[in-house]
Design a protein around this ligand. Structure first.
Ligand code: PGA
Length: 250
C-alpha cells in the first residue's frame, strides 16, 4: 500500500501535471502491489475523482481527516459526506501535524477511528515519537500509549497503522530501515494482542520517503508500504516509488 498525503498542497493545474507525469512513468496499471491512494485537500477531491475516472487509473481516494462524533464542528467533513461524494475506503487519522497544530489527543483520535470503523472507512492511524523521546529510548513506550486507543476495539481487515517518527517528517532525516522493521513488528504484535478481534494491521512507514530511499524501507519484511508527503507531490516521483514497491513485493 502506498498513500500520497498532499497535506495543504495542490491546484487544478498541479493535478493536470501530476497525472501527465504519473501516467508516463507508472509501469503497469492493474498490478497487485496493494492499494495506491491519494489524500488531497478536500477541495480537490472531485477534481481528482474526475481525473482518476477519465484515465481509468487504479488509484483510491483517501481523506486527510474526518470529523468524529461531534457534528457541530465548523470546517469539518463527516463520514456521511465522504461516503456520499466518493467511494472512500481510507482516511488518515491522528497525523502528528493534527496532534500538534489542532491539539488532537488520543481521545479525539479514538473518536475519529470509531467514526471510520462504523462507516466502513478504513482508518490509517498515524503514530510516532518525537526526537527527544527517540533519544531517550522511549519509542516503544510512546507507540504503545498511542496504540492503546485500539484496546478491545474490533478492527476492520484493512485497518492500517502508519509509523511516522515526528523527527523524520519533512526533514530529510530517516531512521535505519532495520530499526523501522523491528518497530513495525512491535506495532503488529501490540495491535494483535490488544484489539478485540486480534487483528494484525498493515503497517506503513512515513517520514521523508523519497524515490532514492524507498527501496531500503520497502524491502523490509514488516514494512507493508509507505505514507508519502513531499515526494508524492510530483507524479513522476510517486510513480517511481510505486514501481519500486511493485518490483520488491510482487
Ligand atoms: P514527508 O511527510 O514524506 O514529507 O516527510 C510524510 C507525512 O507527513 O505523512
Amino acid at each position: 500500500m502506498i498513500i500520497a498525503n498532499w497535506k495543504c498542497n495542490g491546484s487544478k493545474a498541479m493535478i493536470d501535471d501530476w497525472f501527465n507525469s504519473y501516467r508516463k512513468t507508472i509501469q503497469n496499471k492493474g498490478f497487485d502491489a496493494g492499494i495506491i491512494g491519494i489524500a488531497p485537500p478536500s477541495i480537490f477531491l472531485n477534481e481528482l475523482d474526475l481525473h482518476i475516472k477519465k484515465y481509468d487509473m487504479d488509484i483510491d481516494l483517501c481523506s486527510q481527516d474526518i470529523s468524529g462524533s461531534v457534528r457541530r464542528c465548523t470546517g469539518a467533513i463527516s463520514s456521511d459526506m465522504l461516503k456520499d461524494n466518493n467511494t472512500f475506503g481510507y482516511c488518515i487519522v491522528g497525523h502528528s501535524e493534527r496532534r500538534a497544530l489542532y491539539k488532537e489527543d488520543n481521545e479525539i483520535i479514538q473518536d475519529k477511528v470509531f467514526e471510520c470503523l462504523s462507516s466502513d472507512i478504513n482508518p490509517i492511524i498515524c503514530i510516532g515519537e518525537s526526537e527527544e523521546e527517540n533519544n531517550l529510548g522511549k519509542t516503544e513506550e510512546i507507540l504503545k500509549e498511542q496504540l492503546n486507543i485500539l484496546r478491545n476495539v474490533s478492527l476492520s481487515d484493512s485497518t492500517t497503522i502508519a509509523y511516522e517518527p515526528i523527527w523524520a517528517i519533512g526533514t530529510g532525516k530517516t531512521p535505519d530501515p532495520k530499526d523501522v522493521n523491528e518497530i513495525h513488528k512491535f506495532i503488529k504484535d501490540v495491535v494483535q494482542s490488544i484489539s478485540a478481534n486480534s487483528r494484525v494491521p498493515l503497517v506503513l512507514y512515513g517520514g521523508s520517503v523519497s524515490k532514492e530511499n524507498a527501496e531500503s524501507f520497502l524491502k523490509e519484511e514488516y514494512v507493508d508500504g509507505a505514507l508519502i508527503g513531499g515526494a508524492s507531490l510530483d507524479g513522476k516521483n510517486f510513480a517511481e516509488i510505486i514501481n519500486t514497491m511493485r518490483n520488491i513485493k510482487c
